[in-house]
Design a protein around this ligand. Structure first.
Ligand SMILES: Cc1cc2nc3c(=O)[nH]c(=O)nc-3n(C[C@H](O)[C@H](O)[C@H](O)COP(=O)(O)OP(=O)(O)OC[C@H]3O[C@@H](n4cnc5c(N)ncnc54)[C@H](O)[C@@H]3O)c2cc1C
Length: 466
């Protein structure tokens, strides 16, 4: 009987186990499955907190519904009745001390038509003219490994990128556009440029794809995103789950590995899945042959601050769901979601709930914020809310989470680094597999897919071993 240990009970580790259990059942295999999680609860970066009439998320707040595997998993877990979608509405950009809407008919701020471009209040007439060169220029040099920032600036011009696209895209992908590739962000933009001769035309020709998903783009659950974690945990009836137990060391032994645990016990295993952050994987493997590649992987940081008020949500602009703040603004936050508006299930009494994000795009500013106490961070958030929306008052609830150096940030050569890491790993440590957000995409849907792929890899290896 072979043993598989998954280290890390976030969505990746849970998905790995979910699909391994399914494969085991279908093939009547006698594989032993063990999941080890350092925290007392499963979920990692997915954790919902209920506080009075409000539901808040310390990490992720939703799943992109249209991504591969998401609908299938929600179906299998029988979570349809629990599902909620985001309310759609306008997103604003805080531009020149005012909230200006991101025009309709845009994808991540990129116009899908000339009309959408012309309607923008965020770009000057010259900036609009410059963007039209997208229709008359050809791509001769960009590939999917090129920087998305340079690609967009080359064809659409600097102004629209700075004022309308970068605030949206850098927010979603946590990084400066010149440090992100097309491959790890919006690879289809290159296909559109090559096929239709224009990014705008390509988006326009494929409008249906974006619009059909548009109204119900994101999914959460009535009692918060943790619902999917709880349901997955319940479904793992054939898995030994150890919570509040940390893996401290991995030692090779003949045909397998021994794990030293924080509870002083040890486990012998044939397969290991490392679905922890890459820094933990690197420390556990402790091998200088892997260090070069591991050291190429970087993380960014973020502080999330929720504040809830005893003030009705109707005090906000009627059609909005939040705003993004471009660089060099006098607001300190990078973005503010009107959570009670965007996710109505989060506020039972329809009272205002805001979530403000503080990112480490400017390290001096971020280090200062990171040194503040939770109470002081709430004061910073209240000031931002007052300046941007004119709303003031004592919050009736709050939740502050610091994600310090814990959010993977993909650089231009990310794919090559992962290939090289996997090559060395499979030579030096057969049957140890890396999975999850540090390597194969940061979105929850990517992590679910990474877990599923990992389960199939192990299962096929194991079947081949007989
Ligand atoms: C603030 C924030 C907002 C986000 N918003 C979204 C969003 O809206 N939509 C979206 O799709 N994605 C979002 N993401 C990204 C997404 O949540 C993550 O990429 C994803 O949840 C990561 O899952 P994972 O299982 O790969 O890693 P993690 O969730 O980091 O899980 C790794 C687990 O390993 C455990 N661990 C670490 N060391 C050990 C050890 N030695 N022994 C045992 N266990 C160990 C940790 O405790 C942790 O539980 C967000 C992330 C953050 C931080």
């Amino acid at each position: 009987m072979n043993t598989v240990v998954v280290i890390g009970g976030g969505i990746t580790g849970l998905s790995t186990m979910y699909y391994l259990q399914k494969l085991k059942k279908n093939s009547k295999s006698d594989m032993k499955l063990i999941l080890i999680e350092a925290n007392k609860t499963l979920g990692g970066k997915i954790h919902s907190v209920s506080n009075g009439p409000f539901i808040m998320e310390t990490g992720a707040d939703s799943i992109v519904a249209r991504k591969q595997g998401v609908a299938e998993l929600i179906d299998e877990l029988n979570l349809h009745n629990e599902m909620v979608n985001n309310a759609t509405g306008k997103s604003y950009i805080y531009h020149n001390n005012q909230l200006k809407p991101i025009p309709d008919d845009t994808v991540f701020g990129i116009p899908m038509s000339k009309e959408a471009l012309f309607s923008s209040e965020l770009i000057s007439e010259d900036g609009k003219k410059e963007a039209l060169k997208d229709f008359s220029t050809k791509n001769t040099s960009f590939t999917k490994d090129s920087s998305i920032g340079l690609f967009l600036e080359t064809f659409l011009g600097k102004e629209i990128v700075k004022n309308q696209i970068a605030p949206v895209l850098s927010g979603v992908y946590s990084g400066k556009l010149n440090e992100l590739t097309l491959a790890t962000t919006l690879p289809y933009l290159l296909d559109y440029k090559n096929e239709y001769g224009s990014i705008i035309k390509g988006l326009s020709e494929n409008k249906e794809k974006f619009q059909s998903a548009g109204n119900k783009k994101f999914v959460s659950f009535k009692n918060g995103l943790s619902t999917i974690i709880d349901r997955m945990e319940e479904s793992l009836t054939d898995v030994d789950i150890l919570k509040g137990v940390k893996v401290n060391k991995i030692s090779p032994r003949q045909n397998g590995y021994t794990l030293q645990l924080s509870n002083q016990e040890s486990i012998d295993t044939d397969y290991i899945v490392l679905s922890t952050p890459h820094t933990v994987a690197q420390n556990l493997l402790e091998d200088e042959k892997l260090d070069h590649d591991f050291n190429q992987l970087t993380n960014s940081s973020l502080i999330s601050v929720y504040v809830g008020f005893d003030i009705l949500d109707e005090n906000l602009p009627a059609d909005g769901t939040g705003f993004i703040v471009p660089e060099n603004s006098h607001l300190i936050c990078d973005a503010c979601t009107w959570t009670s508006r965007k996710w109505t299930h989060t506020s039972k009494n329809r009272n205002l709930l805001f979530r403000l994000f503080y990112k480490n795009t400017d390290s001096t500013k971020f280090n200062y914020l990171n040194s503040l106490s939770k109470q002081d961070l709430i004061q910073v958030a209240l000031k931002d809310i007052k300046m941007s929306l004119g709303i003031s008052g004592e919050p009736i609830c709050s939740e502050v989470t610091k994600w310090t150096e814990n959010m993977p940030k993909y650089h231009l050569t990310h794919r090559e680094t992962i290939d090289s890491l996997n090559d060395t790993l499979s030579n030096q440590y057969p049957n140890i597999i890396l999975a999850g957000c540090s390597y194969y995409g940061v979105g929850i849907a990517d992590c679910i897919l990474s877990g599923k792929n990992t389960a199939y890899t192990i299962f096929n290896k194991n079947e081949g071993a007989y």
